[in-house]
Design a protein around this ligand. Structure first.
Ligand SMILES: Cc1cc2nc3c(=O)[nH]c(=O)nc-3n(C[C@H](O)[C@H](O)[C@H](O)COP(=O)(O)O)c2cc1C
Length: 210
């Protein structure tokens, strides 16, 4: 891999006409990525947390919504990430949209959505996914012989004609951004980086060296 090199030249950030609102900038970039059709799951993002052991840990989760309040994903509150966030809500989200040579890094604070908000989303999920949230005690150690799909099938039969309730350990988080950095690959490793920082309720903009 040491001799593999890509030159990035698809686009650039125009520092002369920066949008005041980073969420609008994110929406524009996301829209372009989605329209390009080049990224299979543009809504897949890395979520990094500070673990209860003090180590950082990153994993992929799916962004389900973003708006002026922040970024929403769903998970099991008892998972490693759930326990990490309960102890320390400081998180990082990052997207790498390789075909468009773009990266976005978001620093923020995660907070649980209300039960009602999570339930609204849970009720829209396919039965199989709803049951997945019940069957899997996410991040716990399980026996090698455990047959989760058999357990899921039994429950799918059971709930075919019954309303399924969202388990209390499942729900969403809203990540409220404090900093958002946009990175656009440029030729010769002279990439464009634009950082928005929230200070006293206002977004400050800074250009960073590549
Ligand atoms: C493409 C992709 C999407 C994923 N989406 C989610 C998700 O939305 N929520 C979730 O809890 N886990 C999701 N996962 C699984 C997580 O990466 C991770 O394995 C799981 O949440 C347990 O993480 P933890 O033990 O650090 O809490 C996804 C994994 C991949 C590769």
């Amino acid at each position: 891999m040491s001799d593999k090199r890509m030159d990035y030249k698809q686009s650039e950030i125009n520092f002369q006409s920066i949008l005041a609102d980073p969420m609008q900038m994110f929406a524009n970039w996301y829209d372009e990525v989605q329209k390009s059709g080049a990224i299979a799951e543009p809504y897949a993002m890395h979520l990094s947390t500070v673990g209860v052991d003090g180590y950082p840990r990153s994993r992929v989760v799916l962004l389900k919504e973003f708006n002026e309040l922040g970024y929403v994903f769903y998970t099991n509150y008892n998972s490693q990430k759930g326990k990490a966030i309960a102890k320390d809500p400081r998180v990082c989200l990052s997207f790498f949209w390789d075909k468009l040579e773009r990266q976005v890094i978001i620093k923020g604070l995660a907070e649980k959505l209300s039960h009602g908000q999570s339930e609204e989303y849970f009720n829209k999920r396919p039965l199989e996914s709803q049951i997945g949230a019940i069957v899997s005690d996410q991040s716990s150690v399980i026996g090698f012989e455990t047959d989760l799909s058999a357990e899921s099938k039994i429950l799918q039969e059971e709930y075919k004609h019954r309303k399924i309730c969202m388990p209390g350990h499942w729900g969403g988080y809203l990540v409220k951004a404090l900093e958002i950095e946009f990175w656009q690959g440029r030729p010769g490793r002279l990439h464009d980086r634009l950082r928005y920082k929230l200070e006293s309720g206002r977004w400050l903009t800074e250009r960073l060296a590549p």
